[in-house]
Design a protein around this ligand. Sequence first.
Ligand SMILES: [Ca+2]
Length: 414
Amino acid sequence: MVTQCRAVIQSGIEDGKRHVNLNPSQKCHSKTAYISVIDFMKSRMPFIVFVLILLALNVYAQSNKPAQPAKVKLIYSSDLYFPPDDPDDWFDLATLFASPEIDVLGIILDQQLYDKRPQSEGTGAVALRQMFEISGRTAPYAVGLRTALKSVDDKGIDQAAVCQKGAEMILDLLGKAEGKVVLQTVGTARDIAAAYNRNPGLFRKKVSKVYLNAGIYGFPQGRMDVNLEKDRNAFIAIMKSGLPVYWAPCFGESDHETYWQADQGRMLEPASRRLQNYFLYAFSKGTGNIGPAAGQTIADPVEFLNRVPDKDALRKVYGLSRNMWSTASILDAAGLKIYRNKQGEYIASRWPIGDFTRELKPYSFIKMKVFIDDQGRVHPGKPGNIEVFVFHKNDPDEYRNSLESILRRRFGGL
Ligand SMILES: [Ca+2]
């Protein structure tokens, strides 16, 4: 349809040019010629009006503010549990669903089938059911592979049938999707890597970007990353895939690290009751009370959302700070820029809005050649053996302030 419109506009413009080129001299020197121009315009008026309308539509479509911005199709993988191993995954899920710019095609519950957590659905489904209820949106979800890939080219097909659904869903969604798809993991890269190993050609055709929130850039003292530790082969497989990898190291030297600390009170105070209860459910292990969960009743997760929250429990949640990693990569995947107003507030948007006119770049992804070894360690000093887009924190203070301010605003609207 777009192609057809453009073809019509081009022919119209060419026709208009011919008309203008032929007639100006006649218009100046000859009444007959002048009348003929008027007659010509009259006869062609419906067509000229039609072309003008199309031109206007085309200019509008190419402006910075289309009426219906294109949504980014995204498949999300998260090591999301209930009770949470790390509550940052609950924040990342809320960030994803507070991003209307993203069309969530599917969610993989990464490494769900621990022995201590026998639910076949995966406990991460508890958070998903709550978030679907809060956001009014939904997405298919599936449990991922249970154990680490045995090699960089492992397809994971020898693992139990019950945990094959994640990799299968990735391939199915990629095969069905119109246009390109973004992949993002905030856990291990296991299911994405297994799916890639099963059909690399499909990935090359359909995947526009892979956001990988895992690994460490260099050797910062005392840092380790569980997403790398739990599946080194999966991490290496994606890093070496040659796909457009947007690597967001959890920790790193020279500000190549996504790690930041958020003030939970600042992020959550303006949130709706239901969103506050979603976090309270996670932090209280489903009981509503912060403290030992033993002996307390675990409430139904969806019914819990409408409870009147216990003020003391909420105050305890507000009083905590939160280690965070993946916020910026979710915003980047959504195609969002960062703008600030004169009051020092921030928004994430594709264009300036109101008094949020000053665009800032507190972080960026930089195309770099880096050296990755067979343990998934990245050595900054060595000549590179892969090329990926590496996250960089350009201004650490502005990075934290902007992300906190943006989450406060976005959570307030969820
Ligand atoms: Ca995680």
